[in-house]
Design a protein around this ligand. Structure first.
Ligand code: NAD
Ligand code: MG
Length: 396
């Protein structure tokens, strides 16, 4: 019998958050949901509280918290509703918590991730932006806190599943890794027509159902750029040991090329419940609820190199990793601002890359060797200001 795992889900109302609760619900008695958090969608959070009975729920503002308290009281539910970013950190580090699913989108998830890492939790990381911003500091917090960092991003879970549990063998074993990318909805679209792309077209991913931000990132391939940076830290690899190939079917989730030329791959249907279940049960395996791969129905698996003219943002990952510390935080902040503006209809699809590249040019970070989390978050804020200035200039 496995001990009960006390679990917090940060961002429980999102795509990864709801898939996590799907997996949890399949295993009564194995997981106890201690805390759930959301930014909006109080009604969804309320339904989750009704079903999973967490001790704590967190929302960003008092009015939303009051709304949830009212709904809970009407049902006689005792979940305590807390407010604001500090409450997220306290929940992620609470002593009764064994595991934290980090499923917030964006740099907003960095502080609670760091709190969970410092408190030595089992940290299930979907929130790639937190690691892209936190970089070496994030990994130091994991080591210092004795946390177990488990990748949830499907590519990184695939790599992790292809490697032995003993991390000390990884450096000797790996020649390089290959992250697969679907190429998103515009892989075959004439690049000259990309300026006509609307937010609705950009979020319609051919293979995966995901939140809006990551869907736009998949269309620009900035998602893969963020994943290259994420892989650099998760697997302690030099940037040149990380490669990307387009694999439109999204069946091979990524590959490890070993020193002897042997290639290890992890395959499955494109369903986040597989990496989520692995993170929840590692080193065991539990039912995920994902549909099975049917090799008799499977047609060809194909591969192609990413076209740098169509996806100019991808190269920024290696450039930023080779630039001074903090550059990946600037790239992430610019991209978050640009994607939000694109989704709001204020900039075009093609402008996302211009905003990212120009912000990087204008804000070379000057962080000291012993920079802190506050330094990184201050840099994140300045990069957002620069990105917004760039967007005003583009609009003029
Ligand atoms: P989503 O937009 O569907 O959900 C985000 C969740 O975070 C929601 O619960 C939202 O309320 C909460 N949230 C948003 N902004 C917040 C803020 N400022 N403070 C606190 N909470 C906030 O996003 P998603 O698609 O589930 O992605 C979550 C993370 O997982 C992202 O970093 C994404 O890159 C990563 N990821 C997602 C998928 C996927 O299939 N969706 C796959 C791999 C990795
Ligand atoms: Mg991914």
């Amino acid at each position: 019998m496995n001990p009960l795992l006390n679990l917090v889900i940060l961002g429980s109302t999102g795509s990864v958050g709801t898939s996590t609760l799907d997996v949890v619900a399949r295993h009564p008695g194995r997981f106890h949901v201690v805390g759930l958090t959301a930014q909006q969608r109080v009604d969804v959070l309320f339904e989750q509280c009704r079903r999973f009975r967490p001790r704590v729920a967190v929302l960003p503002t008092e009015p939303r918290a009051a709304e949830l308290r009212r709904l809970l009281a009407a049902e006689g539910l005792v979940t305590e509703v807390r407010v604001g970013p500090e409450a997220l950190c306290e929940l992620a580090a609470a002593s009764e918590v064994d595991a934290v699913m980090a499923a917030i989108v964006g740099a907003a998830g960095l502080r609670p991730c760091m709190a969970a890492a410092r408190a030595g939790k089992r940290l299930l990381l979907a929130n790639k932006e937190a690691l892209v911003v936190g970089g070496g500091l994030f990994m130091q917090a994991v080591a210092a806190g004795g946390a177990t960092l488990l990748p949830i991003d499907s590519e990184h879970s695939a790599i992790f599943q292809c490697l032995p549990e003993d991390r000390s063998t990884w450096a000797r074993r790996i020649d390089h890794i290959v992250l697969t990318a679907s190429g998103g909805p515009f892989r075959q679209r004439d690049p000259a027509t990309l300026h006509e792309v609307t937010p609705a077209m950009a979020v319609a991913h051919p293979n995966w159902v995901m939140g809006q931000k990551i869907s736009v990132d998949s269309a620009t391939m900035m998602n893969k750029a963020l994943e290259v940076i994420e892989a650099r830290w998760l697997f302690d690899l030099a940037p040149e040991r990380i490669k990307v190939v387009i694999h439109p079917q999204s069946i091979i989730h990524s590959m490890v090329v070993c020193r002897d030329g042997s290639v290890l791959a992890q395959l499955g249907t494109p369903d986040m419940k597989v990496p989520i279940a692995y993170g929840l049960s590692f080193p065991e395996r539990i039912e995920s609820g994902a549909p099975r791969l049917d090799f008799e129905q499977l047609q060809s698996l194909s591969f192609e190199p990413p076209d740098p003219r169509r996806f100019p943002g991808l190269q920024l990952a290696w450039d930023a990793l080779r630039a001074p510390a903090g550059t990946t935080a600037v790239l992430n902040a610019a991209n978050e601002e640009a994607v939000a503006a694109f989704l709001a209809g204020t900039i075009g699809f093609g402008a996302i890359h211009s905003v990212n590249a120009r912000t990087l040019d204008r804000l070379p970070p000057r962080l000291g060797p012993s920079h802190t989390l506050d330094d990184l978050l201050e840099l994140d804020g300045r990069a957002r200001d620069v990105a917004r200035q760039v967007m005003r200039e583009l609009a003029a």
